[in-house]
Ligand binder design. Structure first.
Ligand code: HEC
Ligand code: HEC
Length: 344
């Protein structure tokens, strides 16, 4: 049904475009009919992309919980190591600009966001601005979440309201000077942030579009897998081609389909399997933050969502990132010689 409507939609679109090229007046009746069909088609073509349409759960809280896992709200905003309560915040995030502590986002009116309304929440998530007009640092990936659908945000909000409140008091970030100046996140946002609603690409399949929404918006995969400039903005034309780890002496892999430095030799099943289990095609297992993402997020997605992610990743333009590949080899050789030393 959706495909049929898609086809009609495309036909109508080209018809409308042709008409635009000539003159509107003689075609007026056709234009109205097509306009109506096209508007209807558009609402069909964006179907099955957002989480609330996929999970088929009519319970807003359950759908919101799915989004909270997919988007890592839970893992970033819960300090599991300290045994603190769900979404009570306090988890340290170390960056080269300093240490950030995630805030408590339960509905507690004193320690959490219990005094916020849905609009405040939407602004924080999509604009990076607090109800007091303070600007957030992009370590909170509002830069990706800004394209979240309105209903997904509402579901997420209902879910947060349902979580038991936590009394954890927010910790002050330990940001290095001059990045600690409140002017910095404001200027950063003005320079690098553009609000961009999710763009449904009618030339691609529904699953590709769902994959795009999962990777670019909810899963914010490019936030880690892309190189950044000196002030922490993603270098867009090199997105997904991997990056040096911001604080450790390691690298974050290139996940474009480049055959030598990326994951071009993985097929879609390899990617889905990895997202489900953390196993790489060579039998090795992922570690660190990605192991956590697999455990708390991608392994908990539906199979169909993992497949959609794989379809989208395979469609990215392959980018060769030789410097990373070389670093990877060096690291492996270094590791081997260390192991040899230890054995001797
Ligand atoms: C990579 C870690 C990370 C992820 C993922 C993340 N956040 Fe956050 N979030 C942060 C940090 C760090 C801050 C504080 C930013 C600052 O103070 O500038 C923050 C701030 C917030 C705030 C503002 C709270 C306040 O008291 O002002 C809200 C609301 C929020 N996050 C909700 C969410 C939701 C909902 C999700 C999932 C859709 C999410 N976050 C995902 C790290 C994260
Ligand atoms: C918080 C940072 C972070 C986020 C977000 C993140 N990744 Fe990763 N990812 C990593 C790191 C670090 C590794 C390397 C782990 C290792 O060395 O074992 C990795 C490894 C991978 C690999 C294995 C590649 C290889 O060649 O070994 C794939 C595939 C991958 N990530 C896909 C994704 C996808 C898809 C998403 C979004 C759903 C995502 N990642 C989100 C940090 C991240």
């Amino acid at each position: 049904m959706v495909n049929v409507m898609n086809l009609i939609g495309r036909r109508c679109k080209s018809h409308l475009e042709n008409m635009r090229a000539t003159t509107y007046i003689p075609h007026f009746p056709k234009l109205i009919v097509c306009g109506i069909i096209f508007a209807t088609c558009n609402s069909f073509t964006t179907g099955n992309v957002f989480a609330n349409e996929i999970t088929k759960d009519d319970n807003s809280i359950a759908r919101g919980a799915y989004i909270a896992r997919t988007s890592n709200c839970i893992s970033c905003h819960t300090d599991v190591k300290d045994g603190s309560p769900l979404l009570g915040g306090g988890r340290p995030i170390t960056t080269k600009f300093g240490i950030f502590f995630t805030p408590n986002i339960t509905a507690d009116p004193i320690t959490g966001i219990g005094q916020w309304n849905l609009e405040d929440f939407r602004n924080a998530l999509t604009q990076g601005v607090s109800p007091q007009e303070e600007y957030y640092y992009p370590v909170f990936p509002y830069t990706s979440f800004n394209a979240m659908s309105t209903t997904d945000i509402e579901d997420l909000w209902r879910y947060l309201e349902s979580v038991p409140t936590a009394k954890t008091v927010n910790r002050k970030h330990q940001i290095k000077f001059p990045f600690s100046l409140s002017l910095v996140p404001r200027l950063w946002r003005k320079t690098f942030f553009r609000h961009k609603p999710f763009h449904f690409n009618p030339k691609e399949s529904l699953r590709w579009n769902r994959g795009s929404y999962l990777v670019e918006v909810l899963g914010h995969c490019h936030e880690c897998h892309s190189p950044r400039n000196f002030i922490g903005a993603i270098i867009k034309k090199e997105a997904y081609s991997g990056a040096k780890h911001p604080t450790e002496n390691s690298y974050i892999p290139n996940i474009t389909p480049d055959p030598t430095s990326g994951i071009g030799h993985w097929d879609e099943d390899d990617i889905s399997w990895f997202l489900e289990t953390g196993f790489l095609p060579d039998g090795d297992v992922t570690t660190g933050v990605m192991a956590e993402i697999v455990e708390t997020s991608t392994s908990q997605l539906t199979m169909s969502d993992r497949e959609a992610i794989a379809i989208f990743l395979k469609s990215l333009p392959p980018i060769e990132n030789l410097s990373l590949e070389r670093k990877k080899k060096n690291a492996e050789e270094g590791w081997q010689s260390n192991a040899l030393h230890n054995n001797n």
